[in-house]
Design a protein. Sequence first.
Lengths: 578, 431
Amino acid sequence: MLECGKGRVVGVNGNMLTVEFDTKVTQNEVAYAVAGDVRLKSEVIRVRGNRADLQVFESTASLKVGDPVEFTGDLLSVDLGPGLLTKVYDGLQNPLNELAEQTGFFLKRGVYLPALDTAAKWDFTPIAKIGDKLKAGDKIGSVPEGIFKHYIMLPFSFHGEWEIVSVNQPGAYAVNDVIATVKSTSGEMKNLTMVQKWPVKIPIKCYKEKILPEKTLITQQRIIDTLFPVAVGGTFCTPGPFGAGKTVLQHALSKFAEADIVIIAACGERAGEVVEILREFPHLEDPKTGKSLMERSIIICNTSSMPVAAREASVYTAVTLAEYYRQMGLNCLLLADSTSRWAQALREMSGRLEEIPGEEAFPAYLESLIAGFYERAGLVKLFDGASGSITIGGSVSPAGGNFEEPVTQATLKVVGAFLGLSRERSDARRFPAIHPLDSWSHYKSVVSDDKLRKARQTLKRGTEVNQMMKVIGEEGTNIDDFQIYLKSEFLDYVYLQQNTFDRVDGATSEERQRYVFDKVLKVIDTKFSFEDKDKARRFFLELRQNFTEWNYMEFQGEKFKKQEAAIEAKIKERSTNA
Amino acid sequence: MRKVYHRIIQIAGNVITVEAENVGYNELAEVKSSRGVSLAQVIRLQDNKVFLQVFAGSRGISTGDEVRFLQQPMKVSASENLLGRIFTGAGVPRDGRAPLQDDMIDIGGPSVNPAKRIIPKKMIRTGIPMIDVFNTLVESQKIPVFSIAGEPYNKLLARIAMQAEVDVIILGGMGLKYDDYLFFKNTLDEQGALSRSVMFIHTASDPVVECLLVPDMALAVAESFALKKKRVLVLLTDMTNFADAMKEIAITMEQIPSNRGYPGDLYSQLASRYEKAVDFDEAGSITILATTTMPGDDVTHPIPDNTGYITEGQFYLRGGRIEPFGSLSRLKQQVNGHTRSDHRAIMDTMIRLFADYRETLEKQSMGFQMSTWDSKLLKYGALFESRMMDLSVNIPLEEALDLGWKTLAECFDKTETGIKSDLVEQFWPIK
């Protein structure tokens, strides 16, 4: 790198600095403002004449006009290499557990630690041979990382073809040991370690092409997989007012979704919720591998009281880590909770920059930033023919629970599925509180389209009857309509609602979903006869009870089969079908 | 030694501007005017201009007044001597006793490392069935009381504070009516709790800037006690006044407002205070109980709305009672499984039946026929309101659960409650 610029502080306003510089600065480069003996990390976000505006990722207290600023010339980057999994980072990739060891209870400002453990040794096995010509993203070797084969690739930032001059023998190396030397076509030599850097705000594009996501991502949540499915490599959002269960839903997804890697970006939300993940995940078993859930997870945690600018960076940090693992041919699920807090961080900064505000004072470029973020999801075909994917699910916290606000609207434009959580359903304790009529998805369900249509129809008709009954009373409703209403309530209760906290009911496999859904449809298709409405209600209550208990039983177990027989008998009781 | 500046070049709202050098951001200064000496804090630096927020307000400040920088940020004493004392938002004693200078700490300190937090698991008993049974308060929880002006929220706060088993009570009053201040003081005194309390009081007639300091002062002190392994309860009333004070300053500083005039960082500002609630790994804890009066009883107003996204639930106080619907303790699952085996069943069943009662009430008001089931519900609803919801009820959790069983037995058959049969066997009262 060239020699780096210096500057001096000429203004402080909240977490924004105005800096006068004498050489040159790059937009989005990292700089350090020096306040006494601490160096505060910051990022250039605007340049005007010989002055630059910097957002500081820390508290700016005690900074003075005239304090020196050191520019680095590097964009805000993360370290990519073995050892990322199981880590808990802040928005700037500082490992929080290691920080706690050094600084105790509080996050001391100006303390930055290496993201990867520099002492740990990894068993390196070379793949590339001397004389091989590699492009960015091509594999040099691999190391085992937990349950995965972690590929060491030619850094994504390398242009053109590079020839392997030397590569290490199999053996144990630390991340910063040189493992290979490469030479460019112009003769430039470079030593490679197992770590590479990548600027977080730029997507990694070392793949052949993006392909259309078609496969359903099994989340084991019935209402999602069946009614509003998400695709592997797709995007979805879960907006909802406070208390509607956004975070509980995200936690359920992070536990049960069938992805290789799960990255959780806790962005500007409660610390308590992250603590639950931090303390629980190591003890939870990943049903797929039998190992701890932590082994497939990375947690980026920039909670609401941590510095705002780092909150903005945290979603980019998370998606960059996801892209890195995608390059190894893995399927990553990125859960961001909540993107509204990220948008608010943008708004705060925009306000300090005195930009002309858009709707609700959000910056005018909010939409393109949100679109840019979700577009980093996708299913890609890599150069070696393998495929990898990133699925992004963002929760949105709309002000007042009103979906008409800018963040929700901008998000809806770019996602493939909308899982809208409703206050009405959460008040009625119907969880997950995804609204069955307002939500939508463009992706393929685990059940066939005509079955799905039937279920949707029932829910819609049931709601209509219910509304009618509120006006004319139960006594004015005819028994056939009443039956439709009861059937839609039945479908809602036994299929759409799910108890996340139960071991069995909390996760329903794809196979089981199809099986149970068919049974539910059978009830909906059956025409029952009842003498009066009370009898009808009682019948459905009992049937519902049978089904709910069924949901809590191990699939195809002894009890499950017995209960199924009981359900069949119950259906026969009142059935008028031949 | 320290330089004194004599040229105030701008006075706008409570913010004054002086030309000065070598001044740190967030540093304190003393402004000496004909009205006396006031503290002021640096809120912006721009070239050689320093913007100061004057705690006592800018009224009566002249362009020729003296400004002296203290070269340190706002601090508060964290010594044991604080207990039993009353201060203003700026930390000046309100009780006529000597100011404290020992063990000074910064206010508004850094965030707790999430890795050093633990999952809260200790229940705080309040003797109020609507809280203990239905929305259990948990140590280290941050929870506001949502209500409107005129509701007895300060009484509720004081009552919980008196009954909670905590080591230290810290009261942060913002925009308090003088009567309310006296009410808190007298209540603490009568119950003998004054000696384990610290009060930071900003009354409605005090300068608005001091209001902004109250939560930071109260929470900084709370933090220092918690680190000494104390269980601290912080009462903040009323956070709406705090948010409004922030709005006032933001508008004066010509910041672009985001929603109904509130600054764009309202969420972050509220969060950085509420997030001080913590259960430390191997130290004490901070529980925050706040009040938020909802302007126009509108929960979608920016203040309650942002608060709801930050806090771990809320209590709705309406008509002098804690509403079962809308009220929520997000942490109750952490504790109500370990109290008594019937706790969760009673909680779910009673609320479900009460929801049915509300529906029946609606049906009744529309003139629909009442079935026998409906009349059972009507009886149950009335009993529930008087035995559980009335705020004058003061019984321990176990008694409240027994009363719940009694109420159910008086109104319904065993099967109608839908409670699992083994619990019914064990707890159903024998007539």
